[in-house]
Design a protein around this ligand. Structure first.
Ligand SMILES: Cc1cc2nc3c(=O)[nH]c(=O)nc-3n(C[C@H](O)[C@H](O)[C@H](O)COP(=O)(O)OP(=O)(O)OC[C@H]3O[C@@H](n4cnc5c(N)ncnc54)[C@H](O)[C@@H]3O)c2cc1C
Length: 419
């Protein structure tokens, strides 16, 4: 029997970050990771950390180590059929995002956690059970190591940070709400000339398909695509060639033909949007375990960081005995509902593989015609502003842009005659 304040299951972004932040507030934390290698990392991820998470990285002291490890700072540029949407850096209202390959990011965060006084990093141990008292309050977790030895870790707070297929959520009976996803993803790292827009990241909204170019550490570029399911046969035959052809054929194509692919192509064919109620008494889910959204919009890493901060801020006082834990958990749940769910709803709707709807077309096209709209569009696309604040302001402005364009066009022949 090992007694802690907090047991965190999963030592990737969400788990390592949560363990670090809570231990800094005085909690004794067991950080449990099923993979035995301290340098293990998530292999399928295009790793763009959205600007919305950058202030948190700075507050937590993670941004310095991430940039020193080679993290590349960049804003986002979106290609649409109306043109490129890009806010000049001097007009941007958001911080540049960050790209660092997961093979560097994950070990770095795990090491920061392991070096934090109060954190016990338990590698090679997998969660087997969740214990609860007779009122249903979770009181810890049972973990098993590779030689089959099990032990009980007791804690005031148990945290499931074990990813989109969360075993903790299953054991705690936090059922998933699943929304369909009808695109698939392939990507690979390339060395060669950087895209002209580097260090910014570029996304091509080919509607309904998507392609991306993310410059990252070590002079590499991640090229990827997310076509709809009907394009799968051509990719299954030869993923590497299909990826290169797909990216080479897009408008304003980046220099993928002049680049050399390094390592294997990674692919993910099933990416359902999974959301789970993030708390029950004595337990919280964080990161993908709470909300695993379509990776198309690159939100999962940033949300994992932000959620870890919200959880630590909401529960630290309770773990020090200053308030009931449930109050902290309720606060955490409300933050997720307020800050994540509205974005997740919009993201999972586009994940069905549909084309842009009239409102999206209106806003994107207006952004291409009227640069004054771009800073607000960037805030929204980088999840730095809530849809409830953004949409009621943007839609009338976008309509006004189109109305003005319509009037100008209608007037033009008469002006030409007058001239
Ligand atoms: C194709 C693709 C592209 C993506 N691109 C981006 C992007 O550009 N930007 C972005 O922000 N997000 C992206 N994401 C999403 C991002 O990868 C995830 O949101 C992010 O990894 C979530 O972090 P996490 O810590 O919650 O979970 P994970 O990174 O999945 O980590 C879970 C951890 O729990 C451990 N674990 C699992 N089960 C157990 C168990 N039973 N016991 C103990 N430990 C356990 C695992 O070994 C792992 O270390 C992408 C995802 C995909 C699939």
């Amino acid at each position: 029997m090992d007694d802690y304040d907090v047991v965190v299951i999963g030592a990737s972004i969400a788990g390592a970050s949560t363990a670090t932040l809570l231990a800094r507030r005085g909690a004794r934390v067991a950080l449990v990771e099923k993979r035995p290698d301290v340098n293990a990392f998530k292999r399928i991820c295009s790793h763009y950390i959205q600007p919305s998470a950058v202030p948190m990285l700075e507050r937590a002291g993670f941004l310095g180590p991430i940039t020193r490890a080679g993290g590349v700072r960049g804003h986002a540029r979106l290609w649409t059929k109306w043109g490129w949407l890009f806010t000049p850096h001097e007009a941007s209202r958001v911080r540049a995002g960050v790209n660092l390959r997961r093979e560097r990011l994950d070990p770095l965060l795990r090491q920061i956690a392991a070096d934090t006084p109060g954190v016990d990093l338990l590698l090679g141990e997998s969660v087997e059970g969740v214990s609860a008292d007779d009122r249903g309050t979770v009181t810890g977790a049972e973990v098993r190591n590779s030689s089959g030895r099990t032990r009980q870790l007791t804690a005031k707070l148990t945290v499931g940070a074990d990813g989109r297929d969360s075993r903790v959520a299953e054991l705690a009976d936090l059922r998933p709400r699943i929304k369909p996803h009808r695109r698939f993803a392939y990507g690979a790292y390339f060395e060669g000339p950087p895209p002209t827009s580097a260090p910014d990241v570029s996304l091509w909204f080919l509607d309904p398909h998507v392609a991306l170019a993310f410059p990252t550490d070590s002079g590499l570029t991640l090229y990827g695509c997310m076509p709809t399911q009907d394009r799968l046969p051509e990719f299954k035959a030869d993923p590497g060639r299909a990826l290169q052809r797909f990216v080479a054929d897009i408008p304003d194509a980046p220099p993928i033909r002049e680049s050399r692919m390094l390592g294997p192509v990674f692919g993910k064919l099933k990416l359902p949007n999974v959301r789970r109620g993030p708390t029950r008494p004595g337990l919280a889910l964080v990161g993908d375990a709470a909300v695993a959204a379509d990776p198309l919009f690159g939100v999962g890493c940033g949300w994992a960081f932000q959620e870890s901060e919200w959880l630590a801020d909401s529960t630290a006082a309770a773990l020090n005995g200053e308030q009931p834990l449930q109050q902290g958990l309720d606060g955490y749940r409300d933050q997720i509902k307020r800050n994540i769910y509205p974005h997740d709803w919009l993201i999972s709707d586009y994940a069905t593989g549909r084309r842009m709807d009239p409102a999206e077309k209106l806003m994107f096209s207006a952004g291409a015609y009227e640069p004054g709209l771009l800073p607000a569009l960037e805030e929204f696309a980088t999840r730095s502003i809530d849809p409830a604040r953004f949409l009621p302001r943007m839609l009338p402005r976008a309509m006004a842009v189109h109305a003005r364009r319509g009037l100008t066009r209608a007037r033009r022949p008469a002006e030409a005659v007058a001239a």
